[in-house]
Design a protein. Structure first.
Lengths: 575, 298
């Protein structure tokens, strides 16, 4: 009997302590929906009670149903024949269970049949689904597509697609990557042409590495402006599966075996424009990707949780030298680090999702107001504030969660020793599944590019002011003085890098600076949480103790002013 | 909504996850030590009912007999898609064996009336008797199909069902109305999020009273008003007493239960030494002989 919500104290702590009052009131429009929709909450307590009940149900579905199927799904995967992808019967059972549980349109508004839950709660589900089966998240997580149609599609498109997404009748895919356009999406070539007589759009070209490319509904990034070669020539389109849209092959991957990753050929596929022309990449895909990045962070965290638990269990049972191996310092340190990293990642992730939810809430007020003059000044200010914060927190979360997931899964195998190398145990699967998370939806290197601006501008300073002002005592006080010191040093390092006015040097040191920022922020967040629950004090302490030398190493690097790598990397790699 | 289907379910102690002494010294089950759950095969019966609703159109009424907190399994049924629910509860029902239980349920079914099908789980994990379903059919003079895995077809006049038998299955047909007992042959669906959010507020009359007493409401009109509101929203769990269903006092509860528990024995299963049997004619013969002597065989 396992329930992936109720057996996870840290996740329940997050729900209890995030203080989601503002988020929920924004989402439910001050609980006005309750009059119209019988399931909509009447107040905050009702909403939180809904979240807890639904999370508990999904905890049961993931723990009792999905997890036991995951090994077979990984071993056997989907089937591809004659251009048709057929998911494994157990994957189909997983999707049926999630559909019956009514969680295929978690964030969609009530109006379209969704649950109208905040991103925070959706991410908690993401985490549990991924802990049960990393690959299933790639299907569950496609809800971001319907979110994008909701945000940018016209009324007709919303009515046409959203109820089907909410019920789980429709599935989606986001068709962005091409053989020659991976990280550099500005170079996308898939051609969109409009019939001058009918106004009908058609798509021609190739897409590659498309998760669930066999979907019914596709969001496609395509070049609608002939003669252009940059991001401003790209628009977003919606098309449906049809004979002109051919799945050429599915990839044979290292991990996330349960989901089909497709190569698609578009042979004059009829399509509709979604949103405005030329804003495909600059606005819509950026928004889609930001949502997807949070989801991938959740996926990575779920896999890390699974890997940690498996290692913890193994270490408590495995005896060597007449005692269980978790009694040895080298092992218990590894376990404690794995645990602290997982908790730290969760802390950062839900801090981020809350900000994302607030940004969405205020953006909705500002952009959907009937009368622009009636928008309260506070709403505008809040939108600006949370947009800025989300822009730095989202890539930081994605980078941190996916990198620690790899580290935890790696150590998970190490704790298992030779056993972990064998397919009989889950440890190797977690390792394989984790490996893609810091690559797709933007590599860690690209997350650094996205986050560094906010680090240089010291966007998080007001957050630190708030966190540093809390009434810490004892060990927590000692930790926060360390963190205050790190915060000062981070400011100095940023100034140092800025002062060199050398873009190569700044790009080279960006990762060090972003990671330093993560250590300071997460350190504060964990210390704050320890104030709420004293049993978390050791977790915070371990995090800060482990972070200190890591921070210092990066500080030395950033402050070195050394140009060897820039000047001589060629000599090194070519030797 | 062509058919009306009654599903009778039971709240049982979770015998898989025992958290203390399972039995009281007097030989009855210590319910306090065991978390209460939805009897597993009753979930299969409910699932079959939901599938029939999807396939043929039906109104699904779920009923249970039990203490007031058995309303929880009714809410669970609502979360999965039941249309309405009935709680048969009365102190006089307490201590019922299968005879008294099936009598009480038959009175409840008669009270509801106009149904096409009754579905029950094959058996409950607390008593493992598998008697209540068949007894209920007898008392209502209904044809019954026990050990049902699935329904192949349903028409206004008859039902064709697949029932599990040793080594396989058989397909049988019966006229409606009819009672089926259902085995663990389908996978019960999870609770639905939207149903949870809406129907968590479902209440029985006792629960409504309790909620209001706690809030210091004493005005009876207020209760009637609230009740009407809940009914209008589909959030009312009908609560029926022995008198409501016209059950004779002598036939329900402990009084109506001829079953007497003589003795309870705590059997602790332990792994014992193994015995090696020579894989030869002689070895097998010796084993057969031994088993016959033990009255294990023959």
């Amino acid at each position: 009997m396992s329930n992936f919500f109720t057996d996870n104290e840290d996740l329940m702590f997050a729900l209890d302590n995030l203080e989601l009052e503002e988020v929920t009131a924004l989402k439910e429009d001050d609980y006005k929906y309750a009059a119209e929709f019988p399931h909509a909450p009447v107040d905050f307590n009702d909403a939180i009670d809904n979240y807890r009940r639904v999370l508990t149900e999904i905890g049961d579905v993931t723990g009792e149903r999905i997890e036991p199927r995951s090994r077979t799904v990984d071993a056997e995967g989907p089937h591809f024949e004659d251009g048709v992808v057929t998911y494994h019967p157990l994957t189909q059972a997983n999707l049926r269970d999630l559909r019956n549980a009514g969680v295929m349109g978690v964030m969609l508004p009530h109006k379209y049949g969704g649950l109208n839950f905040p991103n925070t709660i959706y991410t908690m589900m993401t985490e549990m689904v991924s802990r049960a089966d990393g690959s299933l998240q790639n299907l569950f997580g496609l809800q971001d597509i319907s979110e994008t149609i909701y945000e940018f599609g016209d009324e007709e498109q919303k009515d046409r697609y959203l109820p089907g997404f909410a019920s789980g009748e429709y599935d989606g895919s986001m068709d962005l990557t091409e053989p020659d356009s991976g990280s550099d999406l500005q170079s996308v070539r898939l051609k969109a042409t409009q019939d001058p007589k009918t106004g009908q759009w058609h798509l021609d070209g190739m897409k590659r590495f498309i998760t669930n490319g066999c979907a019914k509904v596709h969001l496609v990034l395509a070049r609608s402006e002939e003669g252009t070669s940059d991001g401003r020539g790209l628009s977003m389109f919606i098309c449906e599966s049809c004979p002109e849209l051919v799945v050429r092959r599915i990839e044979d991957k290292m991990g996330i075996h349960g989901v089909a990753t497709c190569e698609l050929q578009y042979n004059h596929v009829p399509a509709q424009l979604c949103g405005q022309r030329k804003r495909g990449l600059t606005k819509y895909v950026m928004s889609l990707m930001n949502g997807a990045r949070v989801a991938i962070a959740g996926q990575a965290l779920g896999i890390a949780e699974a890997a940690y638990r498996e290692a913890r269990k193994y270490a408590a049972e495995r005896e060597q030298f007449k005692q269980t191996i978790d009694k040895f310092p080298a092992i218990y340190d590894m376990l404690a680090r794995m645990k602290v990293k997982t908790v730290a990642a969760r802390t950062l992730l839900y801090h981020t999702t809350k900000v994302v939810d607030l940004r969405q809430g205020y953006t909705h007020i500002v952009e959907h107001a009937k009368d622009a003059a009636a928008i309260p000044q506070e709403a505008r200010a809040a939108q600006k504030k949370y947009s800025k914060l989300a822009a730095v927190l989202t890539p930081m979360s994605k980078a941190y969660c996916t990198e620690i997931a790899n580290q935890v899964a790696y150590d998970g195998i190490q704790i298992h020793g030779g056993t972990g190398f064998m397919r009989d145990f889950n440890a190797e699967r977690y390792y394989r599944d984790a490996r893609i998370t810091n690559i797709y939806e933007g590599t860690t290197q690209l997350q650094v590019v996205a986050a560094i601006g906010g680090v240089i501008q010291r966007v998080l300073e007001p957050t630190y002011d708030e966190l540093a002002a809390l009434p810490y005592d004892g060990a927590l006080d000692r930790m926060t003085s360390k963190l205050a010191d790190m915060r000062t040093k981070l400011g100095e390092a940023v100034e140092f890098v800025k002062a060199r006015k050398d873009s190569d040097y700044q790009n080279l040191m960006a990762r060090a600076l972003v990671e330093m920022e993560i250590y300071v922020l997460v350190g504060y967040l964990m210390t704050r949480d320890a104030l709420k629950d004293r049993r978390r004090e050791a977790l915070a302490e371990k995090f800060v103790i482990d972070a200190e030398p890591e921070f210092e190493a990066r500080r030395l690097l950033a402050m070195s002013g050394d140009n060897t790598t820039i000047d001589r990397h060629w000599e090194i790699t070519e030797y | 909504m062509g058919y009306t289907i009654l599903v009778f379910v039971k709240q049982v102690p979770d015998t898989q996850n025992i958290t203390g002494e399972a039995m009281k010294p007097d030989g009855t089950v210590n319910r306090a030590a065991l978390p209460a759950i939805f009897n597993p095969e009753d979930l299969n019966a409910l699932e079959l009912g939901l599938q029939l609703k999807e396939r043929f159109g039906a109104k699904l009424i779920v009923g249970t007999m039990g203490p007031p907190n058995a309303a929880e399994v009714l809410r669970e049924s609502l979360y999965r898609g039941a249309d309405s629910t009935i709680l048969l509860t009365d102190r006089a029902f307490a201590g019922a064996d299968t005879l008294a239980t099936s009598y009480a349920l038959s009175k409840c079914a008669e009270k509801i009336g106009n149904f096409d099908l009754i579905l029950c789980g094959r058996q409950a994990i607390d008593g493992d008797t598998a008697q209540v379903g068949p007894q209920l059919a007898e008392k209502l003079a209904l044809p019954q199909i026990a050990y049902v895995e699935d329904v192949e077809s349903l028409s206004k006049k008859k039902i064709r069902a697949r029932r599990s038998i040793e080594g396989g299955y058989e397909v049988v047909e019966g006229p409606l109305p009819c009672l089926l007992t259902v085995v663990e042959a389908n996978e019960p669906r999870p609770a639905n999020a939207k149903n949870i959010m809406r129907r968590k507020k479902s209440m029985t009359r006792s629960e409504l009273r309790k909620a209001h007493a706690d809030a210091n409401y004493t005005d009876a009109e207020m209760l009637v008003d609230e009740e009407e509101k809940l009914k209008a929203k589909g959030l009312w769990i009908e609560e029926l007493s022995a008198a409501d269903v016209g059950a004779e006092e002598s036939r329900i509860g402990l009084k109506g239960s001829p079953t007497k528990v003589k003795q309870i024995e705590s059997v602790v299963l332990r792994g014992a030494d193994f015995k090696r049997i020579d894989p030869s004619e002689d070895g097998i013969n010796a084993l057969m002989h031994e088993l016959i002597e033990d009255h294990t065989l023959g």
